[in-house]
Design a protein around this ligand. Structure first.
Ligand code: SF4
Length: 431
C-alpha cells in the first residue's frame, strides 16, 4: 500500500508509486497535452477539488450485476477471471430480489447483467422480465456466442423486454480475435450482431483494444456503423492487467494511443481529430460526474453521403460550459429545462435540418438506408497496479455485491480482497 504521484515527462503522463523497495511507474497517457486539456474542459474547471467529496451530490448511472462466474469463452483478458465450471453457480432468486430492491431504492434506472456469461443463466429470460417489472431497464452484456448460435434466442430476449444488448466485439482480424478471445470463431460474433439487429434490439458494442488492433479501429467503426440505426453506443477500452491477463504487457496501450488509432484514417467521409473528443460534462443537479481521466466521448452520425461528428452538430465548448454551470439545486428548472436549453442553444442550425432529415429517412427507409448515429466513448480503466482514489470518488458506475455496491474499477481490479485495491495505491496530484 503506497501513495503515488502523477507526473509529466516530455509529452507523457505517468503514475509513479513511491514504494520504498522498488519505485514503479505506469504510463497513464502518451499525449500529455491532450490529457491536461481534457481535465481543463471538464468539471475540474469549476469544482473545488479540495472540498470533501462526500459533500458533493453524486449519483451512480451505470450498474453491473454479476449473475455467474461460469463462462463458455475463456478469454485471455477476462476482468472477471471467469472460467467454464463443471457445476456452475448462479445468483439465487432471493439474492436477485435483494439486490434489485437495493438498487431501486438508490434511484437506479438501468441494470447491466454481467458475468461470466449471463446468457448461460438457466433463467436469464425470467431475470430480464423481473427487472422490467421493477420499472428498471435490463442491459444484457454478453460475449454473443449464444445469440450467434441461436437466432430464436435473440427474439426471446427481445420479447422478455431487454432494453439493450451490449456485445463484446474487438476486431475483424481472426488472429487478434484468437489472441484476445480464444478459439471460438469470429464468425459466430458477426452472426450474433446480425441476429440482434434482426430481432430489433437496441445494440451497444464493447471493444477491447491492444496494440495489435489499435490501427484497425477506423475500419472496425465503419463495419459497426453498417449495422444501422439500432447501434447506439460503441464503448472502446484498453486492456488492463487485471483479473486474468494472459497476453504480453507490451500489448497494453493507454487511452490517448487508442484515440490516435481512431484518428489515424478516415471513417466514411470524415477523419476525426483527437481534440474532437470531450470529457463527460459534469451536471451538478443530476449528480452526474465522470472523472476526465476515465472517459472521453464523441458522436458519429453517418448517412450515405456525409459523416458528422459532435463538433459538426453542436458548438461543444458553449454547450459544455452551459451544462457545467447549471447550479446544483435539484429543481425542475435545473434538472430538465436548463440542460435542454443548453443543448438547443448550442445546436448548429444546419445540423438541425440534417438531423430531422436523417430521422425521417430512418423512419421511412429504415431497412434500405445505411444510417447510423451512435455515441463513441473511449474509456480508461484502472489497472490493479495503479488506483487513483480521485477517479473512483467521481465514478458513476456501481458493481452490485452481496452486502454493498462499489465502483466498477475497484471491483474489476481487485485481488483476492477488492478492498485491498482501494486502500493500496493512492494517486492524487496536479500535472
Ligand atoms: S471476458 Fe467475458 S466472455 Fe471472456 S471469459 Fe470473461 S466473462 Fe467470459
Amino acid at each position: 500500500m503506497h501513495d503515488a504521484r502523477i507526473v509529466r515527462r516530455e509529452n507523457c503522463i505517468y503514475g509513479v508509486l513511491d514504494c520504498p523497495v522498488q519505485k514503479q511507474e505506469y504510463l497513464l497517457s502518451a499525449n500529455a497535452d491532450f490529457f491536461i486539456q481534457n481535465r481543463n474542459r471538464s468539471f475540474f474547471s469549476y469544482i473545488d477539488r479540495n472540498r470533501p467529496v462526500q459533500k458533493i451530490y453524486k449519483k451512480p448511472y451505470a450498474t453491473f450485476l454479476n449473475l455467474t462466474f461460469h463462462c463458455d469463452a475463456g478469454c485471455s483478458i477476462c476482468f472477471a477471471n471467469a472460467v467454464y465450471q463443471e457445476h456452475p453457480q448462479f445468483l439465487s432468486a432471493e439474492q436477485l430480489v435483494v439486490r434489485l430492491k437495493r438498487l431501486k431504492s438508490r434511484g437506479i434506472k438501468t441494470v447491466s447483467l454481467f458475468g461470466g456469461e449471463p446468457t448461460l443463466h438457466p433463467d436469464i429470460l425470467g431475470i430480464i422480465r423481473i427487472i422490467k417489472k421493477t420499472g428498471m431497464r435490463a442491459i444484457l452484456v454478453t460475449n454473443g456466442y449464444r445469440l450467434g448460435r441461436d437466432p430464436g434466442f435473440a427474439k426471446k430476449v427481445k420479447r422478455a423486454g431487454v432494453w439493450e444488448v451490449d456485445i463484446q466485439f474487438d476486431t475483424l482480424d481472426p488472429a487478434v480475435h484468437r489472441l484476445l478471445r480464444g478459439d471460438r470463431p469470429l464468425s459466430l460474433k458477426k452472426r450474433a450482431l446480425r441476429n440482434i439487429v434482426r430481432a430489433g434490439i437496441r445494440l451497444g458494442i464493447v471493444t477491447t483494444v491492444i496494440r495489435s488492433n489499435a490501427d484497425e479501429l477506423p475500419g472496425l467503426l465503419e463495419y459497426l456503423a453498417g449495422l444501422g440505426p439500432l447501434l447506439k453506443r460503441v464503448m472502446i477500452q484498453g486492456a488492463v492487467n487485471s483479473g486474468r491477463f494472459g497476453i504480453d504487457d507490451f500489448e497494453i496501450i493507454d487511452r490517448e494511443t487508442i484515440l490516435a488509432g481512431i484518428c489515424s484514417a478516415a471513417i466514411f467521409h470524415t477523419t476525426m481529430h483527437v481534440n474532437d473528443f470531450w470529457p463527460f460534462p459534469g451536471i451538478q443537479p443530476w449528480g452526474l460526474y465522470m472523472h476526465p481521466d476515465c472517459t472521453v466521448v464523441n458522436v458519429v452520425v453517418n448517412t450515405a453521403k456525409k459523416t458528422h461528428t459532435m463538433k459538426d452538430l453542436l458548438r461543444v465548448p458553449d454547450v459544455w460550459k452551459a451544462l457545467q454551470s447549471i447550479a446544483p439545486g435539484r429543481t425542475i428548472q435545473n434538472r430538465y429545462i436548463k440542460p435542454l436549453l443548453a443543448v438547443i442553444r448550442g445546436l448548429r442550425y444546419r445540423a438541425v435540418i440534417q438531423l430531422i432529415s436523417i430521422a425521417i429517412q430512418g423512419l421511412v427507409f429504415r431497412r434500405k438506408q445505411k444510417i447510423a448515429m451512435f455515441v463513441l466513448a473511449v474509456e480508461s480503466y484502472e489497472s490493479a497496479r495503479f488506483q487513483d482514489i480521485e477517479k473512483t470518488d467521481f465514478c458513476p458506475t456501481l458493481q452490485s455485491l452481496k452486502d454493498e455496491d462499489v465502483c466498477a474499477c475497484i471491483y474489476n481490479s481487485r485481488g483476492k480482497e477488492y478492498h485491498a485495491s482501494r486502500m493500496s495505491e493512492r494517486a492524487r496530484g496536479e500535472v
